[in-house]
Every structure is written in C-alpha cells, then in structure tokens.
Design a protein around this ligand. Structure first.
Ligand code: FAD
Ligand code: 5PR
Length: 379
C-alpha cells in the first residue's frame, strides 16, 4: 500500500544524474508518480552513444509503463528468429515461445525516452555534470552548485561519480573480448540467398576468434557487432580492417564495405561492476552505475530500466525513503545479479556460440513483468 500516513503533501523532489536509458526511465517514472524531477546530463545535449540495442519483454513493459512503447515500436523490428551459426552452419534458431523482443537503434530508443521526459515535465539540464553526492540528499555539480532532493538517483553510467564519491564497495572486472558496434544500411537485396531478416549470431573459433552479431533494426538500418579478442590487433582495429573481416564473412561484403567507411568507430571491451549495496541514505544507483554487465544476454539496459522503473514504484512504499530503497533492492536485485553472472560466464567462455543459449534461466530477466511484478511467458 502507498504511504497513506504521510504528514506532508509537499511535492517531493528527485535529482537524477545521467540522461541515458536508466536515468531517463527513472525521471519519467518518478514524474508520473507526482515527483518534481530535475535530470542532469553532462553532455551539451541529450543523445545516445552507440549503435543498436535489443530489448526484451521486461524492457518493453517498462516502456509501456512510462508511455513510450508505441513510439519505440514504430521504427523497430522483431526478427522471425534468433539464429546462431558456428563456422557458417546454423546451430539453433530460437523463438522464445512467443516472448516479446525487439531490436532498434539506440538513437531511436533514446529519442522516444527524451521526448516522453519532456512531455511529462521533467526539467532537463544539459551541460550539468554531477561530481558527487551526499547520503543526506545532496547532489554536487561541476559548476560548484549543490542541489537538494528527497531522492538522488545516480544513473551516470559505468564511470559513475555519484557512486565513487560515496565509496561503495565494489568488484570490477573486464572480459577478454570486445566489440566494434556500427549501424550500416541493410543492403538486403545485395546479400544473396539467406534469411536476412533473422538475427544471426555468426561465430568462428577457428582459425581465429571472430564473430559478427547481425541485427536488423528496421527496413533501412542494420546493427553489426564485430567481436574479436582485445589481444587481436587486426580484429580490434578501428576503422575496421576490411580485409580481415571480409576473409571470414565474404557474404556480408556490401555491409562490411560501408562499415569500414565509418571513421569514428570504437572498439569497446566488456566490463562488469558489482556493488555491495545499491543505495546509501537518500541516494540510489541504477543502471551501469550500479551493475554494469557483459552483453551476452543483451540485458544491461533492460535491467537498468526495470530497476529505475521499480525504484519509482517502491519509493512510494515503506516507512522511510531509506527503508523503501533497501526493500526495492531486496526485491529486484536477484534478477540483475543472476543475469550479470550468466552474462559474465558466457562472455568468458564464449558459450553462446553453441546455440540454444536462451534457456529458461537465461531468460529470467526477460520474462519479468515489472508492472505486475510477476514472471510471464513460461519457457
Ligand atoms: P549510460 O548509457 O552510460 O548513460 C549514462 C548517462 O549519464 C550518459 O548520458 C552520460 O553522458 C551521462 N553522465 C555520465 N557521467 C555523468 C555525470 N558525472 N554527470 C551527469 N551525467 C553524466 N543492454 C541491453 O539491454 N540490450 C543490448 O542489446 C545491449 N547491448 C550491449 C552491447 C554492448 C557491446 C555493451 C557494452 C552493452 C550493451 N548493453 C545492452 C548494455 C547497455 O548498453 C547499458 O547497460 C546501458 O546503456 C546503461 O544505461 P545507463 O543509462 O545506466 O548508462
Ligand atoms: N548480444 C547482444 C549484443 O549487442 C552483444 C552481445 C550479445 C545483443 C554485443 O554487441 O555477446 O557481445 C555480445
């Protein structure tokens, strides 16, 4: 039950640090629950970095809850199957028993969230960098200003200053592999025979480890993830080394030729961050600030958005905000911890390459419905 014993009806204020997927979700959900929300983004504009993204039932339900689902569905895509290849042979085609999933560009998802944040009246401050926080409910900005809130949300990503200023105990580790992520034109008509509307996770362990995750976002845009170990100088080179990728994936030539033209491509390694707790006093961490994970199960943003959305639900409960935050973490954290562990194991052992990796356990996060707080879609 909501706190019917609240003595004051003063509008509560939330200060959110970070305008990525998690921060925008927290800001919209809190605003929808009647909070005054100020969102601080360090960049000069609200903009997504990166190429494409997968969202599953859990993230899509968050979008429904915060009023963005229709806009996101308009220019995104659900492939007929999630196919895995090992050395150019299909090892599985998964359809998840009808569990909803979707691929889109990061820009499209971010725009939908930013539009909705403006529509519901979140105050967005760009060029506003958080440099630290205090458990009593203060957010310190690079400008020297200190702003106060009944709740401070640290959604400032894997390098979170909000987190680091409060000295959370943390474990961090990196993985052996990394990835170049790009958006290129689909070129479907030039690709020859094949099921080019599928997701195709194309693995090679031999003669070297090189993988392309082929992900259609819509009729026009294709998301390519080109994975290679960080110890491989040619596979990790940006702009990409066309020869080394063409040798392994000649059938993707039209797409790879365009990919090689992208001058500002980046090679990123995977990082995992695990904290002893997600809150301190009135400060809560959501998203990569609290729980960066390897992308093997494509759930980093999904979990971040679920945690941001359920945070906004749960701060309405509990005798005090501090107690509500502890209960929130207790309720949703096991899903994130499990997904983070499974993703790290897959990344370390490259086990998604054997196919049928989306087991019922691996889909735990995806099956969660954050609106009703139940698991849907039995596998
Ligand atoms: P971020 O996206 O890092 O956003 C943080 C925001 O805060 C940024 O706007 C930044 O500019 C701003 N900021 C930073 N510092 C400050 C500061 N001090 N003050 C103010 N603002 C600040 N997840 C999925 O769900 N599906 C996928 O398919 C998927 N694929 C992935 C593939 C790869 C290769 C990787 C590495 C990750 C993938 N993820 C995926 C994970 C996903 O990208 C992240 O979990 C997600 O972007 C985290 O969102 P966030 O809002 O928590 O943090
Ligand atoms: N799945 C997805 C993804 O984007 C990546 C991986 C798995 C959706 C990285 O791009 O394992 O690297 C992965």
């Amino acid at each position: 039950m909501v706190s019917i014993n609240k003595t004051s009806d003063k509008t509560r204020v939330a200060q959110v640090a970070g305008g990525g997927f998690s921060g925008l979700t927290a800001a919209i959900a809190l605003r929808q629950n009647g909070w005054d929300v100020v969102l601080h983004e360090k960049s000069p504009e609200l903009r997504a970095f990166g190429a494409g993204i997968y969202l599953w039932h859990n993230g899509l339900r968050v979008l429904e809850g915060i009023g963005c689902l229709n806009e996101v569905l308009e220019d995104s895509f659900t492939p007929p199957a999630y196919e895995t290849w090992m050395h150019n042979k299909t090892v599985s085609k998964e359809t998840f028993n009808g569990l909803p999933w979707r691929i889109m560009t990061r820009a499209h998802l971010h725009d939908a969230l930013a539009n909705r944040a403006r529509e519901v009246g979140v105050e967005i401050r760009t060029n506003s960098e958080a440099v630290g926080a205090e458990a009593s409910g203060k957010l310190k900005l690079a400008s020297g200003e200190v702003v106060e809130g009944d709740l401070i949300v640290g959604a400032d990503g894997v390098g979170s200053k909000v987190r680091d200023s409060l000295g959370f105990e943390q474990e961090r580790w990196g993985a052996t592999d990394g990835i170049i992520r790009l958006i290129v034109p689909r070129h479907k008509d030039k690709l020859g025979h094949g099921e080019w509307d599928n997701t195709i996770d194309m693995w090679n362990h031999w003669p070297r480890v090189q993988r392309i995750l082929y992900s259609p976002c819509n009729d026009r845009e294709l998301y390519l993830g080109l994975m290679a170990p960080s110890a491989d100088p040619r596979g990790s080179k940006v702009p990409l080394d066309l020869e080394v990728w063409m040798e392994m994936f000649p059938f993707l030539e039209p797409c790879l030729v365009d990919a090689a033209k992208i001058e500002d491509a980046r090679y990123d390694t995977y990082q995992t961050t695990k904290l002893n707790t997600w809150s301190r006093g009135k400060v809560a961490l959501v998203g990569d600030a609290g729980h960066a994970m390897c992308p093997a199960l494509a759930q980093g943003a999904g979990c971040g958005m679920v945690n941001a959305f359920t945070l906004a639900q749960d701060v309405e409960k509990g005798a005090s905000l501090e107690e509500a935050l502890a209960d929130w973490e207790k309720s949703v954290r096991p899903i994130t911890d499990l997904t983070q562990k499974l993703s790290a194991d897959h990344a370390a052992n490259r086990t998604m390459s054997y196919g049928n990796g989306f087991t019922p356990e691996a889909l735990t996060a995806a099956r969660f419905d954050p609106i009703n707080r139940v698991y849907s879609w039995p596998q």
